[in-house]
Design a protein around this ligand. Structure first.
Ligand SMILES: [Zn+2]
Length: 258
């Protein structure tokens, strides 16, 4: 199983991955808090040719579920653009958060917007890399916090081949038990394409999204290792940078992948 991390050095993800001894790295293609237009990656050729796998995390401003045209329309456009740019780097997929509607809005409309994202792109030949929908920690009107909601989401997007990214911090903080989580989510999505392996600074069902190092949070680290072994998917750590090298060492030891 390929193990690595989200690297902060977006301009040199392969160099950062090599320094960590990673087999897979995740990067942003632009400032994730802004609607920036993408520019070609300065090291595209190195990234394509490296033995280190790459996955792209889309921008946080994207919310394809939104009922607000001024958010949903640029979100659709950005997902398509970032998927194309990810394909240009040879990435294994593009991670997109499940998103949300606002309090008082009908979640069904948000799930429907997810369907429309895939439906419209299918008319253009589909996305150029798999779209990996990530579960999120907070909010009562989220599309992918509670697994019951993920089931409603999958009723809309499953037929289009949507992929799934399981974030352990988000599931825990979102109120979903991590024991047996792989079987439960696979019963809904049929797949886990990527694991974001993070501990949580906050308690179960806190709805807070604050990642902790693997042995330094409210989740039993052995439970995290068990998720990795059960999922059999690439693993990306998104834990605080100071403890990242220790996290990788801990995980390799725990899953017998040293
Ligand atoms: Zn994540």
């Amino acid at each position: 199983m390929r193990i690595g991390a989200h690297v902060r050095e977006d301009d040199d993800p392969i160099g950062a991955g090599e320094r960590l001894g990673a087999e897979v790295v995740q990067l942003f293609l632009t400032d994730p808090q802004k609607w920036n237009k993408l520019t070609p990656h300065p090291r595209a050729e190195q990234i394509r040719e490296s033995a280190i796998d790459v996955v792209v995390h889309s921008s946080y401003v994207i919310n394809v579920a939104s009922l607000n045209n001024r958010i949903r329309i640029p979100s659709r456009k950005s997902v398509a653009e970032q998927a194309k740019a990810a394909a240009d780097l040879g990435a294994i997929g593009l991670v997109v958060h499940g998103g949300h509607v606002r309090d008082g809005e009908d979640p069904a409309a948000g799930f429907d917007n997810w369907r429309k994202l895939f439906e419209r792109q299918a008319d253009k030949g589909g996305f150029e890399v798999p779209i990996l929908i990530e579960n999120t920690a907070g909010g009562e009107s989220s599309m992918a916090r509670r697994f019951d909601d993920i089931a409603r989401l999958w009723d809309q997007v499953g037929e289009f081949g949507a992929g799934f990214c399981l974030d352990t911090c988000h599931a825990w903080a979102g109120g979903e038990d991590l024991v047996g989580v792989v079987e439960r989510i696979k019963a809904i999505t049929g797949r886990i394409d990527l694991v974001h392996l993070n501990n949580s600074r906050d308690e179960f069902n806190s709805a807070r999204d604050r990642h902790a190092n693997l042995t330094d949070g409210t989740i039993d680290p052995e439970v995290l290792a068990a998720v990795v072994l059960a999922a059999q998917a690439p693993v990306i750590l998104e834990t605080p940078a100071d403890g990242l090298a220790d996290d990788l060492a801990y995980l390799r030891e725990a899953v017998g992948n040293a």
